[in-house]
Design a protein around this ligand. Structure first.
Ligand code: PLP
Length: 464
C-alpha cells in the first residue's frame, strides 16, 4: 500500500477529531467513519461491520470492492484517468451505445455529466431548446431532484410544500418557481375526496395546473416514476399514462428522473417497468458502477445540445467511470441481477408485511425491486406518522450492524435498499435485525429468540 494510505488509515482518534474541524457538510444522515467495504458490508474505523441497506445513497449496485470493478479501475487507470469532454474517448463511445441499448427503443443520444443535480439541469436545458419561449416547469409534490440551485427549485427541500422549511429555503432568491402537482401517495392521498381511481385523479390535477397555474405554455414536467426521498412512493402505470397523455395534449416535454430507479426497480428503466415512455430519461447514482457519473438520454426527434457551450463541465466525461459503468451493465446482465433485484425485493417486502400482526405500526410496505419503504404510523384513524420511532429503529439497527435509510417528508419511512447483489441469506439477516429493532422500539420487549439467534446475524463477521 502507498505510504500515504498507510498514514491516512492509521490516523488516531485525536487526529481524526482535529481533521474533522476542517470539514464542512451541507446534509446527509450522519453515520460511522467507514474504512472498508466488501460485498454488501461496510466496516467502520473500530472494526465493526454493517450490512448497508442504503447502498451509500442507494448507488453501490454491486456492493463494495467488487473484484471486477476494482480490476477494471486498476487496468484502466494504468492507461488513462481523465480526458476533457471535447475530445472523444473509446470508453465514452462504447458506453453511450450501451446506455441507449438499456433504454426503450428510440432513446439514442446520451449526454454525460458529473452528478444527478447537473443531469436534471441538463434535461431542463434540452426541454428549453425544444420548447423555446416557454418558462414553466412542473414537478411533483414531495419530489427530490438534487441540491444544485435549479434541481433544488424542483425539490420539496426548498419549499413549504412538505409542511416545513428545509435548508433550501435559505436560497429562495436564486431558486426558480416550479409549479407542483400531486404525487400518487395513495396511503395519504394528497387531494380531497374519494375517487374510484385515486392515482389517476392525482395525475388529472396536472391538467388544472397547466391550464390555470402557470404563465404561458408548459416547458416540461419532471417526474420521479418512483419517488424515493418522498418515502418510496411508486407511481402506477395509470398515473404515468395520464401524465404522459396530459403532456402530449399541452406540448410539455416529459422528463423521468430515473436517477434512483435505473436497475434498482428490477428492470433497466422505470420506463420499461411501467411501459410508459418519457421524452428524456435522467440517470445517476448507480450508473457509474460505484464511481461518479450521470447522464441524460433523449428521445429521437428532440433537438439535442449544440456545440456552443450549452453544457460543459471539466469532469463531464470521466473515462474511469465510463469503464466501471459499462462493467456494471455487463455484470448486471451476466449475473441476472435484475431478476435477483426483483426476487430479493419481493422476499424482503413479503416478510416485512408478515410482521404486521406483531407490529400494526407498519402502515404500509411499498416495494418495487430493491426499492423498499416501510411506513410507520399509529394504527389510528388518522394514521398518525411515527417519525421518532422510525428514527429510533434506524439507530437501534446501526447498533446491531445494519444501516437502514430514512425517508418521507417527516422521516416516517424506513428504507431498505441494499445492493442488487444481496443474497437470500443476507436478506434473512436484514429481516431479523429489522424485526428485533422494531420489537425493541415498538414493543419495548425482548427480541424474538428465534430471530435474534440466527447464525448470520449473530456472527457479524468483520469485512475481509
Ligand atoms: C431522484 C433523485 N434525483 C436527483 C438526485 C440528485 O442526485 P445527486 O445527489 O447526484 O446530485 C437524487 C439524489 O438523491 C435523487 O434521489
Amino acid at each position: 500500500m502507498d505510504s500515504l494510505l498507510d498514514k491516512i488509515y492509521s490516523l488516531s482518534q485525536e487526529e481524526r477529531d482535529d481533521c474533522r474541524k476542517h470539514v464542512m457538510l451541507g446534509g446527509g444522515t450522519p453515520g460511522p467513519t467507514m474504512v472498508k467495504g466488501k460485498g454488501i458490508r461496510l466496516q467502520d474505523v473500530d472494526g465493526k461491520s454493517y450490512i448497508d441497506c442504503t447502498s451509500q445513497s442507494w448507488a453501490m449496485y454491486l456492493g463494495f470492492s467488487h473484484p471486477e470493478i476494482v480490476g477494471i479501475i486498476k487496468d484502466h487507470a494504468e492507461n488513462l484517468t481523465h480526458i476533457h469532454q471535447g475530445f472523444d474517448t473509446l470508453t465514452r463511445l462504447y458506453l453511450a451505445r450501451e446506455i441507449s441499448r438499456i433504454c426503450p427503443p428510440g432513446f439514442n443520444r446520451v449526454s454525460f455529466t458529473v452528478g444527478g443535480g447537473p443531469a436534471i439541469e441538463a434535461a431542463m436545458k434540452v426541454a428549453f431548446l425544444n420548447r423555446p419561449g416557454t418558462q414553466a416547469f412542473i414537478s411533483q409534490y414531495d419530489s427530490y431532484h438534487g441540491t444544485t440551485l435549479t434541481a433544488m427549485s424542483a425539490s420539496w427541500h426548498s419549499t413549504k410544500a412538505s409542511g416545513s422549511y428545509m435548508g433550501g429555503s435559505h436560497f429562495l432568491p436564486l431558486l426558480m418557481n416550479f409549479a407542483r402537482f400531486p404525487n400518487p401517495y395513495l396511503l395519504r392521498l394528497p387531494i380531497p375526496g374519494k375517487h374510484e381511481y385515486p392515482d389517476v385523479a392525482c395525475a388529472e390535477v396536472l391538467r388544472t395546473i397547466i391550464e390555470r397555474g402557470i404563465n404561458g405554455p408548459p416547458t416540461a414536467v419532471i417526474v420521479e416514476p418512483l419517488q424515493a426521498s418522498a418515502g418510496q412512493i411508486p407511481a402506477t402505470k395509470a398515473y404515468l399514462q395520464k401524465v404522459r397523455e396530459i403532456c402530449d395534449e399541452y406540448g410539455a416535454i416529459l422528463i423521468f428522473d430515473e436517477i434512483q430507479t435505473l436497475c434498482r426497480i428490477g428492470r433497466f428503466t422505470a420506463a420499461e417497468y411501467y411501459g410508459v415512455d418519457p421524452d428524456i430519461i435522467v440517470f445517476g447514482k448507480g450508473l457509474g458502477g460505484g464511481l461518479p457519473l450521470a447522464c441524460i438520454v433523449i428521445r429521437d426527434g428532440l433537438k439535442g445540445f449544440g456545440h456552443d457551450v450549452q453544457e460543459l463541465h471539466t469532469f463531464a466525461s470521466p473515462t474511469l467511470s465510463h469503464v466501471t459503468s459499462a462493467k456494471m451493465i455487463e455484470i448486471v446482465r451476466r449475473d441476472n441481477l435484475l431478476e435477483n433485484t426483483r426476487r430479493i425485493g419481493a422476499y424482503i417486502a413479503k416478510n416485512v408485511e408478515s410482521m404486521r400482526d406483531e407490529f400494526p405500526e407498519v402502515a404500509e410496505t411499498r416495494q418495487a425491486g430493491l426499492h423498499i419503504g416501510v411506513e410507520f404510523a399509529r394504527p389510528d384513524a388518522a394514521l398518525t406518522p411515527m417519525p421518532a420511532e422510525c428514527v429510533a429503529i434506524r439507530d437501534a439497527a446501526i447498533k446491531r450492524g445494519c444501516i437502514f435509510g430514512l425517508g418521507g417528508v417527516r422521516k416516517q419511512v424506513l428504507k431498505i435498499k441494499p445492493p442488487l447483489i444481496t443474497t437470500q441469506n443476507e436478506a434473512d439477516t436484514i429481516l431479523s435485525i429489522f424485526h428485533d429493532c422494531a420489537a425493541e422500539i415498538l414493543r419495548a420487549g425482548k427480541p424474538r429468540a428465534a430471530a435474534s439467534s440466527r447464525k448470520d446475524n449473530a456472527e457479524m463477521a468483520t469485512v475481509k
